[in-house]
Design a protein around this ligand. Structure first.
Ligand code: ADP
Ligand code: ADP
Length: 218
């Protein structure tokens, strides 16, 4: 029972030119339902490329991306965007919250984009903020929050539409070690509580060791 299966993925940038860069070649990777997989790779190994392909933001030159049993290869951009919005959650190193909206609103907005009624969206957002200990910060804009708080809001936003797979690229990479540890613990608790599956890229071997399985790239 796999949430994500990448089969024989190949990706070359600038193919056929002297500047061609073969980044991925015959890459296989799968994430089982409820599994949290650490992706560990030296810089330049193709970690971002892999996450973009898994996240349906980029297409491979060869191979298949299967999400919840459905082959995403060859789907139209519109269908891929729809699948991304409903089935995937993203967290990056930087929070990317909208600065002019409050923490709560940042978690409400992606739900409205999925046609969730306003009241239900607000209730879900408030519930998520409560689970990461930020109820008292719901009305604050991102600039008024600490780095760790901003990332916790970003986690809530990624989970707003109850995705089946979370894709994270160094989700605590911008935080000092103590905060990183604390915030990562909250992310893992959220993921476990909701039965979410996750593929989390990190350079931090201590964090990788707290996940179910480590996949190395390069
Ligand atoms: P990582 O995230 O592991 O550092 P990336 O997936 O970003 O690696 O990049 C892998 C390789 O592909 C690097 O050598 C990078 O320079 C190259 N690369 C990434 N994106 C592009 C692009 N759009 N055009 C050309 N080369 C790229
Ligand atoms: P970094 O890993 O360096 O912090 P970012 O967090 O800025 O990088 O984002 C990672 C990548 O994901 C970027 O290349 C960005 O263009 C892409 N990205 C982020 N969100 C979206 C989105 N909603 N649609 C398309 N591309 C996105």
């Amino acid at each position: 029972n796999e949430v994500l299966r990448l089969e024989a993925i190949a990706k070359t940038y600038n193919p056929g030119s002297p500047a061609a860069v073969e980044v991925l070649h015959g890459l296989d990777l799968s994430v089982a339902r409820g599994e949290v997989v650490a992706l560990v790779a030296p810089s330049g190994a193709g970690k971002s490329t892999l996450l973009h392909i898994a996240g349906l933001l980029d297409t491979p030159d060869a191979g298949r991306v299967v999400l919840n049993g459905r082959d995403m290869t060859g789907l139209s951009d519109r269908k891929r965007t729809e699948a991304r919005r409903r089935e995937l959650g993203f967290v990056y190193q930087f929070h990317h919250l909208l600065p002019e909206f409050t923490a709560l609103e940042n978690i409400v907005l992606p739900q409205l984009a999925n046609a969730v009624p306003d009241r239900a969206a607000r209730e879900r957002a408030a519930g998520l903020l409560d689970r990461v200990g930020l109820s008292a910060r719901a009305g604050h804009r991102p600039a008024a929050l600490s780095g760790g708080e901003q990332q916790r809001v970003a986690f809530c936003r990624a989970l707003a539409n109850a995705p089946s797979l979370l894709l994270a690229d160094e989700p605590t990479g911008n935080l000092d070690p103590g905060t990183s540890d604390l915030v990562f613990g909250m992310l893992m608790a959220l993921v476990r509580e909701t039965g979410l599956s996750a593929l989390i890229a990190t350079h931090n071997m201590e964090l990788a060791g707290r996940m179910d399985r480590v996949v190395r790239l390069g």
